[in-house]
Write a protein that binds this ligand. Structure first.
Ligand SMILES: Cc1cc2nc3c(=O)[nH]c(=O)nc-3n(C[C@H](O)[C@H](O)[C@H](O)COP(=O)(O)OP(=O)(O)OC[C@H]3O[C@@H](n4cnc5c(N)ncnc54)[C@H](O)[C@@H]3O)c2cc1C
Length: 666
């Protein structure tokens, strides 16, 4: 089946403008007859819900947390990109567009990325207008910093809490509409199926997570904003509750799933310390603005450090290998995430790792403390030769920029990162793959839309730092609220949709059967037992480096694990009560299917690109080797009963404005 991406024709810079001018917006007076369900109230969902309600639609929101403001989006630390060029360093819409396409290793759709770059500047205006406390310089102007894969400073931030502050802005906008009666918010509700009537999305089946009650909700359109699926790896930097259920359920009802194997492994996370762990912690990429990454240059020093016989501060400059600066002199420590992660793995695999497990490298602020300290001494007319004073002044600057991140590190690792370098290692962090959507952000099911991290649309095979928040808010505030009008225009005559339709009855029955199956299963192993096992298969065979043999093994092992899960899982408690184990069982069941499709997708893509690194396809110096002739397409999978039977559809990626090139950050 040919995928219709609905990208308007014409020059790239006119596409969105022309689209907006010609868009079939629903008559404002009639919007009050139209209901929209938004599943997910992270940054994407909250901003969309608030804007849709402002436009006049009736909105119902759903989230599984006890409040929309607890969505995973609050974890976002480092910042949000926008092509404002406030620093006068040569930024522009085109440059953000270009950086994002290149950063994604030429595997994203040009038109969507250009639109993202265009609306990026509106996001900052919108958030400032809402009162989001974005960081400012001494003179009161908005401040910026740099993130990986760019040579300009375009990242707006709120210390290390950017996601939280942005979400408070979107949540306040949403609350205003709740107060007006335009949004009905359902917290602690989990969507467990999509209801499709005559080929159109017409509602959802949700479980009240407190009472256990199964509910039917109808609407003229359903928007999925359910976030990413990185917890398929069990250990990740995601919030513990993040899951794939909403996206996977719509996939099973007809929405194609695109590029499931494109996952981001973030280079700067606190390393795994043992088998007991259930969560990994990110150290924001913003730290790479000032921190320098290194390992010992000699194997014997690395060994001595691992054995506790030497400390990192014992090594002189010449005994250190600043491997990112060495390999990528122009981008240095700000090389993109996929490249930096692989470089860390390469050094650790070669025996240079610095913690007990051998899987850690250093992120060191000693130079930054000196540099800032001397600058402050100069500004304040103090003695630049007073070593203790320089350290004190320098630390104060570092603390003002990254204080909460340093505190977090110290609490978890019990080491002071101001005096000894942080230890970091790559970890699963973001999923670029997701539901396939057209230019309107509509899935292959009419009336079912997908926004934010749950869709595949903008980041290709690797996302640049600070661009997930940008995409979530672009989709929510500026894109979906307008594109959805195109679909909804003919719906003004439809009238209310009954939840007594047979499709609702049938979907509810299936949901109840699945719940009963879990509760009545008399197995012996916990849900976590299976989730951990799945995570290990994924990390070992489908993680940072993949090969055909490992992927084939993973496919077999996941299918076998899924079978064992249904025989052996035990879910305590009852169906009609608050039962977190039951909720988890449903999510892990979906991960056990998604994981297999993920590996299948990785196996079929016989090339390396961005975060998808196939060991068989690399250059002599270990860089990813793309195959544009055969793989310059979006892989969109259609569900056919089992992940192994999924059918591949290809959306060719046509580059008219950017020349396909080998990605280089040297
Ligand atoms: C530690 C960390 C730091 C990060 N820092 C940055 C950063 O500095 N800059 C940046 O750009 N990006 C960053 N990211 C990525 C970014 O935070 C996410 O990509 C983004 O917040 C996702 O937003 P979202 O609205 O799409 O989804 P989420 O915020 O994940 O929200 C998902 C919503 O869906 C709901 N939901 C899910 N399933 C269901 C269901 N079945 N039924 C009902 N509700 C459901 C949830 O309750 C939730 O409300 C970071 C990520 C992490 C993990």
């Amino acid at each position: 089946m040919a995928l219709d991406s609905k990208v308007p024709s014409g020059p790239i810079s006119d596409k969105w403008i022309n689209y907006k001018n010609h868009i079939n917006l629903v008559n404002p007076a009639n919007k009050r007859n139209i209901d929209i369900i938004v599943v997910g109230t992270g940054l994407a969902g909250s901003s969309a819900a608030a804007t849709l309600a402002e436009l006049g639609y009736n909105v119902k929101t759903f989230c599984f947390q006890d409040s929309p403001r607890r969505a995973h989006s609050i974890a976002a630390q480092g910042g949000i990109n926008a092509a404002k060029n406030y620093q006068g360093d040569g930024d522009s819409t085109f440059r953000l567009f270009y950086d994002t396409i290149k950063g994604g290793d030429y595997r994203s759709r040009e038109a969507n990325v250009h639109r993202l770059a265009e609306v990026s500047t509106n996001i900052i205006d919108q958030c400032v207008m809402q009162g989001v406390p974005l960081a400012r310089e001494y003179g009161g102007l908005l401040d910026n910093r740099s993130f990986g894969g760019t040579l300009v400073a375009r990242t707006f931030y709120a210390k290390g809490q950017t996601g939280q502050q942005l979400l408070l802005g979107a949540y306040s906008a949403m609350n205003r509409q709740i107060g007006r009666g335009k949004i009905k918010s359902h917290a602690r509700h989990e969507m467990l199926d999509l209801v499709v009537v005559d080929g159109k999305a017409r509602g959802i089946i949700a479980r009240d997570l407190v009472s256990g009650e199964i509910e039917r909700h109808s609407a003229h359109a359903v928007v999925i904003a359910s976030g990413g699926y990185g917890n398929v790896f069990f250990l990740s930097t995601y919030a513990m509750g993040s899951n794939a259920t909403a996206a996977w359920k719509i996939h099973k009802k007809g929405a194609f799933f695109a590029n499931p194997c494109y996952t981001q492994i973030h280079p700067t996370c606190i390393p795994v310390s043992g088998d007991h762990q259930s969560k990994l912690t990110l150290m924001s990429e913003s730290l790479r603005n000032d921190g320098r990454i290194w390992v010992p240059a000699k194997l014997e020093d690395a060994k001595a450090i691992r054995e506790g016989k030497k400390k990192p501060t014992d090594l002189s400059e010449s005994e250190r290998d600043y491997y990112l600066e060495r390999r990528y002199p122009s981008f240095g420590n700000l090389a993109p995430r996929d490249i930096s992660s692989r470089a860390a793995k390469e050094r650790c695999d070669a025996g240079f790792g610095v913690n007990k497990t051998g899987e850690a490298v250093y992120l060191d602020f000693a130079d930054a403390i000196q540099r800032y300290g001397k600058e402050q001494a100069f500004i304040k007319g103090l003695d630049a030769n007073d070593a203790a004073l320089i350290i004190k002044l320098g630390r104060a600057v570092v603390a003002s920029k990254y204080g909460n991140l340093f505190q977090m590190y110290e609490k978890i690792v019990d080491e002071d990162p101001y005096t000894s370098p942080m230890m970091i290692y790559p970890a699963v962090h973001y999923t670029m793959g997701g539901t396939w959507v057209d230019y309107n952000l509509q899935t292959t099911i009419p009336g079912c839309f997908s926004i934010g991290e749950s869709n595949f649309s903008d980041h290709g095979a690797n996302r640049l730092g600070a661009s997930a928040l940008m995409q979530g808010l672009a989709d929510g505030y500026f894109v979906l609220p307008y594109t959805i009008g195109d679909y909804l225009a003919p719906e003004i005559k439809t009238g209310p949709i009954s939840t007594d339709l047979p499709e609702f009855v049938e979907a509810e029955k299936k949901v109840k059967e699945q719940i009963e199956r879990f509760i009545n299963n008399k197995g012996t192993k916990s849900v976590d037992y299976f989730h951990k096992k799945l995570g290990k298969i994924m990390w070992n065979n489908v993680g940072m480096a993949r090969n055909a043999q490992g992927l084939n093994e993973a496919i077999e092992e996941i299918a076998a694990l899924r079978e064992e899960f249904y025989k052996e899982v035990i879910v305590p408690g009852t169906a009609d009560s608050f039962n977190p184990e039951l909720a988890k069982a449903g999510r892990v069941a979906d991960f056990l299917e998604l994981g297999e499709l993920f590996a299948k997708d990785a196996l079929h893509r016989n090339e390396s690109c961005g975060g998808h690194f196939r060991e068989e396809y690399q250059t002599e110096d270990g860089e990813a080797q793309r195959d544009d002739e055969n793989f310059a397409y979006v892989a969109a999978w259609e569900y056919k009963g089992k992940p192994s039977d999924a059918v591949l559809h290809k959306e060719p990626l046509i580059y008219e404005n950017i020349k396909l090139a080998t990605r280089s950050y040297k």
